[in-house]
Design a protein around this ligand. Structure first.
Ligand code: NAP
Ligand code: MG
Length: 403
């Protein structure tokens, strides 16, 4: 059989620790035997980030803009311990943060659902994709503790020096706290467009919610921007695709999410997304089964697993012990990127291969062959725990029969 060809490269961002080991295994066992992989390779492993003064991260993001699609391995975000472990010149910033800032994207997280691993909310038979607005609000706030009898005001000075003041609170017999937050129309608009584009891509409804009844200016601005962009740019496309944009209050949204079957994109303000993505991930069962894609408003995609580098397993691996690390989310990052490459370039064979590889992966788990983390969760009766490499070999056995 001749290998599948790729017309245009995709950007490959290699990473750290156990996921770096898995990365190579996935390529060797499941990809290169079938595809003439055409990637522009960037080594985002911490050793190379340090050697290049983190230039490699910026270069990889610029290349992603150029080619439109990237697949990324999990990477270490350095802390004090990593400074000594890797003898770092600097405490380099989180690569994901750097890439997100360059691509101006929104992160969409989607659980992979398999039989035998039942969500805590059993009616969630389809995935719920959370989109978190990753700019501003509480995460860029200014706050103070203030003594009693303080008069606290919001002051805005415009470019001509005109001041507008509004009372926040006149403190009386007690000290207290105050906080100032902001967001910018441009960022909210990018967020809205990323959500609507991703909805069209995946043929799913978009739900968005704020507390606009209480926050009549701040939250209401989010509601208005979403509505305006939807009406002007997406309404017709949504009608054609048979999908909907649905706005409601955040508390109503939470109640509806719990009662739903899933199968939509839930766009969340920054804080709601922080909280709800952890809730949704936990409810679906496993972080190792959560994929993540960064989508820019201009239609650039970066695929990755939601989990980290699985450090504890890596140290076992270094000691020569077998690990049973789940490669599903990393594998689905690859299939997501390959399918998108195929869609954009009109390579149907690449799309079909990605579909089959995902099917073979799910079939493997549903036939009872899985890594240790899933074996602990699965309700299947005849399950077999396999090691990291055996799992990929088992997938390959099933994949071969499908090709
Ligand atoms: P982690 O790598 O997600 O792992 C935390 C624990 O979750 C593991 O020890 C393991 O539990 C379990 N786990 C996660 N993924 C798994 C998988 N694929 N298969 C089996 N079990 C899995 O988080 P961390 O240990 O907090 O972070 C390690 C490094 O990853 C840090 O340096 C952090 O900076 C980085 N990180 C990177 C990204 C990213 O690049 N997107 C995201 C998060 C963290 P058991 O040990 O109990 O088996
Ligand atoms: Mg959180």
């Amino acid at each position: 059989m001749s290998k599948i060809q790729m017309k245009v490269p995709l950007v490959e961002m290699d990473g750290d620790e156990m996921t770096r080991i898995i990365w190579k295994m996935i390529k060797d066992i499941l990809l290169t035997p079938y595809i003439d992989l055409n990637t522009e390779y960037y080594d985002l492993g911490l050793v190379n980030r340090n050697a290049t003064n983190d230039k490699v991260t910026i270069d990889s993001a610029e290349a992603t803009k150029k080619y439109g699609i990237a697949v990324k391995c999990a990477t270490i975000t350095p802390n004090a311990e990593r400074m000594t472990e890797y003898n770092l010149k600097e405490m380099w910033k989180s690569p994901n943060g750097t890439i997100r800032a360059i691509l101006d994207g929104t992160v969409f997280r989607t659980p992979i659902i398999v039989k035998g691993i039942t969500p805590y909310i059993p009616t969630w038979t389809k995935p719920i994709t959370i989109a978190r607005h990753a700019y501003g609000d509480l995460y860029k706030n200014t706050e103070m503790t203030v003594p009693e009898e303080s008069k606290c005001e919001l002051v805005c000075t415009d470019k001509n020096g005109n001041e507008v003041r509004q009372l926040i609170h006149q403190f009386k017999g007690s000290a207290g706290i105050i906080q100032g937050m902001h967001n910018v129309d441009e960022s909210i608009s990018s967020f809205a467009r990323s959500c609507f584009n991703f909805a069209l891509d995946t043929k799913q409804d978009v739900w968005f919610a704020t507390k606009d009844t209480i926050s009549k200016k701040y939250d209401h601005r989010f509601k208005d921007i979403f509505k305006e962009i939807f009406e002007n740019e997406y309404k017709e496309k949504f009608e054609k695709a048979g999908i909907e944009y649905f706005y409601t209050l955040i508390d109503d949204a939470v109640a509806r999410v719990i009662r739903s079957n899933g199968g939509y994109i839930w766009a969340c303000k920054n804080y709601d997304g922080d909280v709800m993505s952890d809730m949704v991930a936990t409810a679906y069962g496993s972080l190792a089964m959560m994929t993540s894609v960064l989508v820019s408003p201009s239609g650039v995609y970066e695929y990755e697993a939601a989990h980290g580098t699985v450090q504890r397993h890596y140290y076992k691996h270094l000691k020569g012990e077998k690990t049973s690390t789940n490669s599903v989310a990393t594998l689905f990052a690859w299939t997501g990127a390959l399918r998108k490459r195929g869609e954009l370039d009109g390579s149907l064979d690449l799309c079909a291969f990605a579909d089959k590889l995902e099917k073979a992966t799910i079939q493997t788990i549903e036939e009872g062959v899985m890594t240790g983390d899933l074996a602990l969760l699965s309700t299947l009766e005849n399950k077999k725990k396999v090691d990291t490499e055996e799992f990929l070999v088992e997938i390959n056995e099933r994949l071969k029969k499908m090709l």
